[in-house]
Write a protein that binds this ligand. Sequence first.
Ligand SMILES: C[S@@+](CC[C@H](N)C(=O)[O-])C[C@H]1O[C@@H](n2cnc3c(N)ncnc32)[C@H](O)[C@@H]1O
Length: 332
Amino acid sequence: MNKPSEPGGDVVALYPASALQQRLTALVQNWPIDAALGPDAPPAYRATDVAALASDQDAQRTLISDEFDTPASVLRPPPGTSLAVALAGCRFADAPAAWLAVLWMRWLWQRNQFITIDDVAVRALVSEAETLFEGNATQFAMAAHRRRLVLLLADILGGNQRIVTASRYSPELILRALGVDGATLSALPGPLLDIGCGDASLVRYARNLGVEARGIDRDPTPPGERADWLGFDYGAARWSLITSHHGFSLFFRQADLAADHSAQDYARAYMRILSSLRVGGTFAYYPALPFIEKLLPSTYAVSYAPLPHDLAAAAQMTDDGLPNEACHVVRR
Ligand SMILES: C[S@@+](CC[C@H](N)C(=O)[O-])C[C@H]1O[C@@H](n2cnc3c(N)ncnc32)[C@H](O)[C@@H]1O
């Protein structure tokens, strides 16, 4: 029996993986323990910052103990979800080392939201956190820990030392940037999904208009739901409008630029998103992805909405040479 074909398989195949190197994995596996700390080393090496990360009262009381092995079930993410996203809701009481690793990952993402923290890197962080918890807090152990942590974080950062914080935007601005008007939103015949919803302001705004709306994010504010946009089950022929502002497509562009194996994962997820649209439904996102939109079959109609002038003047999307506009892909 033939395997059912992947939605958009042809497009994914046409979209070339820039490089299949697993740079981050190699870096994390081979980090040089004796390398000198560079000037860009993350500040987590300072004892005060490590302590601040563990400032939770429970954590402080029980910080040093030998009972901190992370249950194997915690380190097994559901299919399609990266370990980093799966662990994000973990509490200190569930698995202290995983909890601490999540704080370190947040620290990294606050520094640069595009950093990829793959499962191998997450396991290395968890294992380092276990070492911290299980060690005795002699000065020597703490110094050695801090040195390893700095190297680990610096290696995950790699050349990615730019600070690129994740901004939050108002629902009104998001709709203007996406070129979706309020009337279209209120008259939607079916549900809305916001991908990378952040603080879920657009979801709340749409619900206030009476629209059935959901949002997903790796680090959401309710009513947004925690999910990895690369692994989320978008369903089939389900959504009337899917939005993603400064979210999925921005990260797709970065993955493409970074010559990173994850660009193919983005291409696959992009096609799954499109096939989850109802007929007549729209995927509206900013910024556009001309390198993949031009490959779409005629079952999809592609159009572009330039950013309004005031938003274009403020936008910081000029470094990759691609047009600064939103895209609408409509399923015919
Ligand atoms: C620049 S913010 C934009 C938030 C929101 N769309 C807005 O316009 O205010 C990008 C969002 O993408 C989310 N994100 C990054 N990688 C993700 C992933 N793999 N899965 C789900 N969400 C992700 C981040 O947590 C962040 O909230």
